[in-house]
Design a protein around this ligand. Sequence first.
Ligand SMILES: Cc1cc2nc3c(=O)[nH]c(=O)nc-3n(C[C@H](O)[C@H](O)[C@H](O)COP(=O)(O)OP(=O)(O)OC[C@H]3O[C@@H](n4cnc5c(N)ncnc54)[C@H](O)[C@@H]3O)c2cc1C
Length: 476
Amino acid sequence: MSSSASSAVNGGVSFWYAQEGFPAPREPLSGDASVDVAIVGGGYTGLWTAYYLKKAAPFLRITVLEQRFCGYGASGRNGGWLYNGIAGRDRYARVHGHEAAVRLQRAMNDTVDEVVGAAADEGIEADVHKGGVLEVARTPAQLARLKAFHERELSYSEKDRELYGARETAERIRVAGAVGSSWTPHGARIHPVKLVTGLARAVEALGVTIHESTPVTEIRPRHAVTPYGTVRAPYVLRCTEGFTASLKGQKRTWLPMNSSMIATVPLTEAQWASVGWEGRETLGDMAHAYTYAQRTADGRIALGGRGVPYRFGSRTDNDGRTQETTIVALREILERFFPPLTGIGIDHAWSGVLGVPRDWCATVTLDRATGLGWAGGYVGSGVATANLAARTLRDLVQLDSGQGNRTDLTDLPWVDHKVRKWEPEPLRWLGVHGMYATYRTADHREHTTHSPDSSRLAHLANRLTGRHQPHEPRGT
Ligand SMILES: Cc1cc2nc3c(=O)[nH]c(=O)nc-3n(C[C@H](O)[C@H](O)[C@H](O)COP(=O)(O)OP(=O)(O)OC[C@H]3O[C@@H](n4cnc5c(N)ncnc54)[C@H](O)[C@@H]3O)c2cc1C
């Protein structure tokens, strides 16, 4: 952890950990072991999977292997949008039919309440506020995209979504230059670390073993190999999201994409009066390189966006350290959104990685021949999706082991989806950096020309990188 020129704390995993403190470390693995289910990765995906499996079958011996500590990854660093977006839905509609994608969307809508309910059942106090998600447009081109996005969401049976003009938007949040917004009730603000650390405690209390400081170096059928011993299990579930590329044989599976955030000092009452935001909606925009934000429980704004998008060779992370240029860029966005906050103190800046599949579609899979399973590739929308994936992995394991039948979840269209690998370097680096450079140019053009047409450049970037609906996974 260090201080940047702007005096913000830089890195230290995340602001959320700076607030909460790091939990006491758990013991590493201390030799070979045999269990029924081995789960690699102690983020939301791994922990929810352990949670639901153990609840469904308390006799199962389940071990979670975590390279650092639970919540070290995106689950301890995210923007706290618990919302109903899922990466890949529109592609699943094309491949499996519209009705299948509607089922997926409904399952996501329900997942927001499932997480809120399960956290309450377990006594996890995670600063949950269900104020929905508000996405604003600030240029004519963004407004055209917003309207198209809104219509598309309605077509997936999201009947309770509302479209607002400039005045109604300002009544909710006074984002400078906002010309319209789309609001859905299917979203809640959460404190990411309170959720993940509470979940780890709940899982342990159920009787699941968690080993921290235990990196898995290789996953093979029925084996998770670590420097301290090998865990053998009929089912080995990979829940490593943005870190997947560091596993043997997975270098080109999911691209580790960075997302960066800043947290302001607490706003004064007068500052909040200038901003509004009484409903504490999670807030996003319609730029190609988009922004996401929340009003925290202790009265700050935590705001994120894309900094340096990707590191050469799929390298991941440095405990969240963030480049100074990214911090400056995020501050500029904050001040453009809320001019009365110009010059406000920034307490913390941090970054994390999320997993991006070649076709930008989230997946959950259990290979019945090998007992290997995985879930992820959520792009930027994993806070809720990880919970749906975990319940689906539970049902797939139950089905395969003869303890359960097919369920509504095992029949969802994202189950067992196959995707090709990313290109070797330097193509990967060039493609992703080119895409974000193009997005920034496109956003700039849309701001300066005021044209209602989305920049062709952004369409081109989407085509080249295989991203179909640029605004589909909206969180990060
Ligand atoms: C800055 C940022 C903001 C975001 N904001 C939002 C948001 O507001 N809303 C939203 O929906 N999504 C958001 N996301 C995405 C969301 O946080 C993730 O999709 C979600 O947390 C993924 O959970 P996970 O458990 O699959 O992965 P992670 O939380 O990354 O967990 C993976 C775990 O696996 C461990 N691990 C990795 N490799 C190994 C190994 N070899 N051996 C052992 N352990 C290993 C890691 O240490 C890590 O703890 C954001 C992501 C970032 C980075």
